[in-house]
Design a protein around this ligand. Structure first.
Ligand SMILES: [Zn+2]
Length: 240
């Protein structure tokens, strides 16, 4: 059961001529959170190699719980407190394990799509008083450059009929639907704030419309005052 594994012939076949995103290989993956299948995708037009973790039978299924997780080297690997990515990923893995079936797509779009180098540039700007959106914009990017076209193609390759999106971000559902995937519901993924990511979470809530609880003032203190002061204004000056 689970995701049907491609035959050896399929794996060895020359795929140079193929244009469609397809399931390239599937293997078993025991993790701290339970047993998944890990799926590698062949995506001809992508320089990045995307992945999925799958629990149970999702082929030809409707209302499949799905998390679209964008790669975050600093959070997922280095356990950074500057964002909530790792906690959201772990919560998604835990949540999927509690359900009969579900999937986490791991999309290689670091730093909301601007790449690792620019993400660290943005962090440096944040240390000078910019919030997470202002920093991306100061570097010439939109606040969010992510694109869920490849996610939609991956879901089609997995033959998922419709999804319940594990997300706080309404843009993700809209974007996925615009790419032809039916979204039948939403499962909130909320992690507790900490003093390092409180401003980041409040920025996502206030400016990007994420459906998460307001961060309590006790957690963020003056960081929050700063956000509300600079919400529609220039970044504050911070003397070094
Ligand atoms: Zn992150």
């Amino acid at each position: 059961m689970g995701i049907p594994k491609p035959s050896l012939d399929d794996i060895q076949r020359d795929v140079a001529a193929e244009r469609e995103v397809r399931v390239s290989a599937v293997a078993e993956l025991p993790t701290r959170f339970g047993h998944f299948q890990v799926v590698a995708f062949h995506a001809p037009d992508e320089s990045k190699e995307h992945a999925a973790l799958v629990k149970g039978d999702i082929t030809d299924m409707a209302d499949v719980p799905v998390r679209l997780h964008s790669e975050c080297l600093t959070g997922d690997v280095f356990t950074s407190f500057r964002c909530d990515c790792r906690q959201q990923l772990e919560l998604a893995m835990e949540t999927v394990q509690k359900m009969p079936a579900g999937a986490i797509l791991y999309l290689r779009q670091e730093g909301r799509g601007i790449g690792f180098e620019n993400k660290i540039r943005a962090y440096q700007l944040q240390e000078q008083g910019y919030d997470t959106n202002q920093a991306n914009e100061a570097l010439g990017f939109k606040a969010d450059e992510r694109d869920y076209d490849v996610a939609a193609q991956m879901l089609r390759a997995l033959k998922v009929k419709s999804v319940r999106l594990m997300s706080n971000n309404p843009d993700k559902a809209r974007d996925l639907q615009a790419h032809g995937i039916e979204v039948t519901g939403r499962i909130p993924v909320q992690v507790p704030p900490n003093p390092h990511n409180a401003l980041y979470l409040e920025t996502k809530r206030v400016k990007s419309g994420h459906m998460i609880d307001e961060v309590p003032k006790s957690v963020v203190g003056e960081q929050l005052d700063c956000l509300h002061r600079t919400s529609n204004a220039q970044p504050r000056n911070v003397s070094a």
